[in-house]
Design a protein around this ligand. Sequence first.
Ligand code: GDP
Ligand code: CA
Length: 318
Amino acid sequence: MRIVVLTGGIGGAKFLVGVRAHARAVGADVTAVVNVGDDVRMHGLQICPDLDSVMYTLGGAHDPERGWGRVGETWVVKEELAAYGVEPSWFGLGDKDTATHLVRTQMLTAGYPLSAVTAALCERWQPGVTLLPATDDRVETHVVVDVDGERKAIHFQEWWVRYRGELPTHRFVFVGADAAKPAPGVLDAIAAADVVLLAPSNPVVSIAPILAVDQIREAVVGGSAPVVGVSPIIGESPIRGMADKCLATLGVAVSAAGVGALYGSRADNGLLDGWLIDSTDDGTEVPGVPTRAVPLWMSSEETTAQMVRDALSLAGVS
Ligand code: GDP
Ligand code: CA
């Protein structure tokens, strides 16, 4: 069986741990198509937060408490940059992480596309799934906000890390998405997939920027593989992160029903053939989309693998 997962960073990485466990048990092949909308250049370094979250988590090197970055991280470079008074000072740049960014930036500068750089980094981390950036082109999520009495677009990282999303927020823009092409391997993986899963990632700033690449959306919506999404919302809040703030900006209810309807039914030019929701949300209805309620807390590899089996069963491919 071939499984394609569209994913953001931390939530998606946790989900992929379960996907990998299931895949190993049944001999399935997994390709993760990862959001690049959070990517940003800082201090001359190209930083890919979602690719790194997935790579470190699957490589067993992530910090489970902080959620992002490397376990056992130190912060000398960050302190030294601050001593020089260099901005941005609000961005967390760990020493171990910096080595990853240096390798990546050096390879990009030498002319390698991000997909090739990712494959090279993964030689060290052996994530056990194929990691593909959604695109090798620049797609960056910017956020239209009011700040200091002025309306402007700032990078998603600045919106979230610097301002904690606490600004009057009007919309999200995926800069570059119109002209972006899928990275090599993305369309082939979707075409060959037996099932496409949407990780319980942020629908607005993790999944949407992937699908903002037209050819990816067309391949998923027009493809033969069933598409099942896993809700990142349990009850009325995201488990972690900023999905509530993002959904509110779009006027979408922070609930499994709200996100399910945002993705929409495949029968109606939307995405979903099935929507997996948490047991506590049983009874949730999404027009045109079969739902199934199961425990969605990713508290261990085994519980997450069970979620994956439930998603595959809902897709009719288990
Ligand atoms: P980011 O790119 O690092 O923000 O991570 P993602 O976009 O991949 O995932 C963030 C989402 O993961 C948040 O909206 C959370 O609600 C969701 N999430 C985190 N832990 C869990 C969990 O245990 N179960 C479910 N269903 N969702 C989760
Ligand atoms: Ca992210």
